[in-house]
Design a protein around this ligand. Structure first.
Ligand SMILES: [Ca+2]
Length: 390
């Protein structure tokens, strides 16, 4: 039996002042009045979350694989790729003998080739036993449900000066290249000045043509501190990058993919959020792009980037960007504006504790990974929230 557990979550801050039904009635807007004259915050209740499985070892990813519509796939930080069908967990690949897993190290990113169903190509990003960055390609067995244990080929090695700020995300872009997010290498305020140095891989989103005989990694975006998660919108050819901040500010960035232009610059470590850090140089090469949304460390500690919702279960969420915070478990959504900005930021009533990844199933519906070992799914708001579902 699949276990489901509805999480009943209430706003952490403020006094519930009003509840209004919006749209077709499936979304509740909840207005909270904060003490001491603080501005009013309007929460949204677009969905609830239920735990759909547990017992994973620090999952860092959950999503779907092309050609496998009924399963979810997860990464475990110590080094395993796991296929999930209900409560059945099957280890499809185990590279844990080659992975060091700490707070920010481990198996951090996965991308299935867009043609995975026919070619079985899988790409992984992890921290090796020395804590350095590795990206490699693996090959699936013919059933596409497990993998040969040795990589087909290594695609990237980057020496890591510190254990933190390793980035993580892997994803294919609309140009067919594999994209990778790498942090500044670690330490406070980018001590090695990597993020604004276009010649270094650290502090960048990179892309490589993995069909080439010798893939070359080139910068797509510079000026990043720790892009743990980004998402590529194939329709608008945009990157949504969530960059984890230093002492004060967590950032949502929206960047147009323009391969003929110099890489856009998200500003770190010359900027944290929109605040200029005066003793740090800014590379003058590409356009400086400021975040479309930020929040401070009074509301969380590390941003977890998500996706622009493209499913059908929650009509009011369509084309809204979903993101969250690891420490607070808060989920927010915002609406992109036609000029490339973002507006109408709303915290959700539902939360996911120790959130590490926001993904999509094969239908584009929202799934969430938590470092507590569980995978959660967004479900419609229950008419009677105290009754357990189904
Ligand atoms: Ca590092």
């Amino acid at each position: 039996m699949r276990r489901s557990e509805r999480l009943l979550l209430t706003p952490v801050l403020g006094v519930l002042a009003a509840v209004a039904l919006a749209g077709c009635g499936r979304t509740q807007l909840v207005t909270s009045t904060l003490p001491d004259g603080a501005p009013t915050v309007q929460s949204a209740h677009h969905f609830d979350v239920v735990r759909i499985t547990s017992g994973l070892d620090r999952p860092t990813y959950v999503g779907a694989a092309p050609g496998d519509p009924h399963a979810l796939w997860a990464l475990e930080q110590p080094g395993r790729v796991v296929r999930l069908e209900g409560d059945e967990h099957v280890v499809a690949l185990d590279i844990s003998d080659h992975v060091s897993a700490g707070t920010e190290t481990g198996l951090l990113g996965v991308a299935f080739h867009p043609g995975f169903a026919t070619n079985g190509r899988l790409f992984l990003h992890w921290s090796d036993l020395a804590g350095d960055t590795r990206v490699a390609e693996f090959a699936a067995h013919p059933d596409r449900r497990s993998f040969r244990p040795s990589p087909v080929r290594e695609l990237l090695f980057v020496d890591q000066p510190e254990a933190n700020h390793n980035g993580g995300q892997l994803a294919f872009g609309p140009d067919g290249r594999l994209h990778l997010g790498l942090g500044d290498g670690g330490g406070a305020f980018d001590p090695n000045r990597t993020a604004q140095d276009a010649a270094q891989h650290l502090g960048k989103i990179l892309a490589a043509d993995v069909d080439a005989e010798v893939p070359i990694w080139e910068p797509v975006v510079v000026g990043l501190r720790n892009p743990w998660r980004f998402w590529i919108d194939p329709a608008l050819e945009e990157l949504w990058v969530a960059d984890v901040g230093q002492d004060q500010v967590e950032e949502v960035n929206r960047v147009r993919l323009e391969p003929d232009e110099p890489p856009k610059n998200l500003g770190w470590s010359a900027y944290e959020g929109t605040t200029r850090i005066t003793d740090q140089e800014l590379d003058p090469g590409g356009e400086l792009v400021h975040p479309v949304a930020t929040y401070g460390h009074d509301e969380g500690c590390a941003i977890i980037g998500g996706v622009v919702y493209g499913g059908t279960q929650f009509p009011e969420l369509v084309r809204r960007y979903i993101y969250g915070d690891f420490c607070a478990g808060t989920l927010w959504s915002l609406r992109g504006t036609p000029d490339g900005g973002g507006t109408d930021v709303r915290p959700e009533v539902a939360k996911v504790p120790q959130l590490t990844h926001i993904g999509e199933d094969a239908d584009g519906e929202l799934v969430f990974a938590s470092a507590n070992g569980s995978i959660y799914r967004a479900v419609p708001v229950a008419a009677e929230p105290h009754r357990s579902p189904g």
